[in-house]
Design a protein around this ligand. Sequence first.
Ligand SMILES: Nc1ncnc2c1ncn2[C@@H]1O[C@H](COP(=O)(O)OP(=O)(O)OP(=O)(O)O)[C@@H](O)[C@H]1O
Length: 333
Amino acid sequence: MSLLEVRNLHTELVTPHGTVKAVNGIDFQVSPGEVLALVGESGSGKSMTALSIMGLLPKNTAQITSGEIRFNQTEITSLEEKEYNLIRGKEISMIFQNPLTALDPSYKIGTQLVETIAYRRGIKKKEAVIEARQWLQRVGISDVERVLKSYPHALSGGMRQRMMIAMAISCRPKLIIADEPTTALDATIQKQILNLLKSINQEFNTSIIIITHDFGVVAYLSDKVAVMYAGKIVEYGNTSRILSAPEHPYTRGLIRSVPEIGNKGTKSARRRLSQIDGVPPDLMNMPQGCSFGSRCKEATERCFSHPPGVVSLGQEHLVSCFQREVKRSDAAG
Ligand SMILES: Nc1ncnc2c1ncn2[C@@H]1O[C@H](COP(=O)(O)OP(=O)(O)OP(=O)(O)O)[C@@H](O)[C@H]1O
């Protein structure tokens, strides 16, 4: 049974220049203990997807216009703020690229961590202090007392990210959403933080959605991958299958630009994606055909007339491309 099910989710942002279709009808699910990577170029809608799940979309400008998000069998898009607060931080936690945006600069780490644990777990401050120490140790912080007494800006980026992870896991959430958690860190610290996420996943069976540009991270951490392009998921499936035999021309382009992908977790495999020729469509003015059509070397006339549906290639491998429909019917015949 799925822990999280996202069905036909549409999220829009109203700007002075028009309405941005940031998330444009996506479907995916996450099982207990599973790690799903959301991957794609900048602006493809990964963060808006995460914020939609967290109920943290910018107020007044962004909203879910249709679709469903079911967490633990509960439809959460229609929850009141009060009800959302029972889930957010307790059952679903988020780790951001820059922990400073989520921490209050004027309070010591200890105060923020202890108060968060006490509030979310409904325990006394004294007990929360003990737990705070244990969690900081668990995320690999050795000088716990110094960290507890420090202000956020006094810690290194890696220490702040560990502290955010401690905060995120201290309530033993069922799902962690990590939005580019290692992008701002140097390579050695990146590896340590990825190892930490992996061990939390294994130790507590916590499901993780990892948002990344980096196919090295996808290969190292995820069981499934959803490739996003212009607010849609263009390919979805088992990570090893997609990395070894991608079917969507966009995924192929992304993977071709990282030749060392098979070399799991090595420094060279963690290179960022290089560019594919052309630019993504204007999300305020989407083309009537396939959104990747103008950049696709395989595009034919019908790719520009209407958008492709989703084709199942078996074993939970889904792709949204007219050319794969042909392949599938060939295989069937
Ligand atoms: N506050 C905002 N105001 C206007 N447009 C926004 C805002 N936030 C996001 N967008 C637009 O919504 C679309 C999706 O953005 P989103 O941040 O989800 O992409 P992303 O895939 O997470 O990109 P990145 O990897 O750069 O974080 C983009 O076109 C972006 O420009």
